[in-house]
Design a binder for this molecule. Structure first.
Ligand code: MRU
Length: 357
């Protein structure tokens, strides 16, 4: 039995049917109101789902892209291995153009392409099989790594503590368990009496919609705050630790994560609240130093409205909408990875721990 069969929340799956395999995913735009699964045999539809944030969260984006490549391989409709590789390269480019900050996306696409070219001397079927198997492996590995990070990170959580988290880093952002929310889940499963403060995470409300949905489902005590209440709750001593995820971490420990993370880290530092980042090794981009991480800018209408439903300002107003910000390593107490907990100095320790990716 695969670890994927044991998941309580299945954000995505590869489904084998008589008329061929398909990729199925939970449309997270509709959570918490409706649980709707969508499916496709078309990798371009997968790219659209990532772009439109039906699937979101760096690890989930990487896994979905790998399954997109698997669809591109299975439905490539050619007997010529060179044509197949060209089609895969095209699919890679389409999928890579969806969300620029999430490093797991590029990491997963490169991993699948490497497998495809290694199998190419063995013919079309070998390439197709190796791409499909690699996508499944990426998915399973992600869940295993999440569980491992959960166990390691839970050691940092004491009985009776209140954890603040930002955005959604749970089953809905990964292969099905979670990074920062995985640590919270693991600490709770170990019987620790913990509480969670979730920030709503404007503009797309991943905290209010997705994190709260997951916490309530698990029975973990949760309190929702608006993003601008973080200073208040820390000043009042209501937060013992912060756990967040990451979209990309540079070789020297700069962390790109959901917009607002830097503000939380700054407040945490001011109030001497430990600030932990939980991310698998697939989120580390060792080719980058410092804050040189591409930041996705999304549609201004996400800020001018609430979820596109209610207009909250003058329609013509100029808007800034960076989806992520960068937290410098000086504000990060430790990085929790499946390979171990990394503490400063990050420049040396990240390379040492992550290097054999
Ligand atoms: O824009 P999103 O919802 O994809 O942003 C998600 C985040 O910022 C998460 O914190 C990050 O991807 C880590 S998810 C395990």
């Amino acid at each position: 039995m695969s670890i994927l069969d044991k998941l309580k929340i299945k954000p995505m799956e590869w489904v084998e049917e008589k008329d061929g395999p398909r990729f199925r995913w939970l449309d997270t735009r509709l959570i918490p109101w409706e649980e709707v699964y969508r499916e496709t045999k078309d990798y371009e539809r997968v790219a659209q789902a990532i772009k439109d944030m039906e699937i979101r969260g760096a690890p989930a984006i990487g896994i979905a892209a790998a399954y997109g490549m698997a669809l591109a391989a299975v439905y490539s409709n050619t007997n010529d291995v060179n044509v197949l590789l060209q089609r895969l390269e095209r699919a890679r480019n389409v999928l890579a153009s969806t969300r620029p900050t999430a490093y797991n996306l590029f990491w997963a696409l490169d991993r699948v392409m490497r497998k495809a070219s290694q199998a190419s001397s063995r013919g079309v079927d070998a390439v197709i099989n190796s791409v499909v198997e690699e996508a499944k492996r990426i998915h399973e590995e992600d869940v295993k790594q999440n569980v491992e990070m959960g166990k390691l990170g839970a050691k940092l959580v004491e009985d009776g503590e209140t954890i603040l988290t930002h955005c959604n880093t749970g089953a809905l952002a990964t292969g099905g368990y979670g990074t920062a929310l995985g640590v919270i889940r693991a600490a709770f499963e170990e019987g620790k009496n913990i509480k969670v403060i979730a920030t709503e995470t404007r503009p797309l409300l991943q905290g209010a919609r997705l994190t709260v949905w997951e916490l309530v489902k698990e029975g973990i005590p949760a309190t929702l705050i608006t993003d601008n209440m973080v200073g208040y709750v820390m000043y009042k001593g209501l937060v013992h630790k912060v756990f967040v995820g990451a979209d990309r971490i540079s070789s020297d420990g700069f962390v790109a994560n959901k917009i607002g993370t830097y503000m939380i880290a700054t407040m945490a530092s001011k109030h001497r609240v430990p600030f932990y980042v939980v991310a698998p090794s697939s989120t580390f981009d060792l080719s980058i130093e410092g804050d040189n991480i591409p930041i996705e800018e999304r549609s201004p209408d996400e800020v001018r409205t609430v979820l596109g439903k209610v207009a909250i300002t003058v329609p013509s107003v100029n808007v800034l909408n960076p989806a992520f910000d960068i937290t410098p390593p000086s504000l990060v107490t430790a990085l929790v990875t499946e390979k171990g907990i990394i503490t400063p100095p990050y420049k040396e320790n990240i390379r040492r721990v992550i290097k054999e990716q």
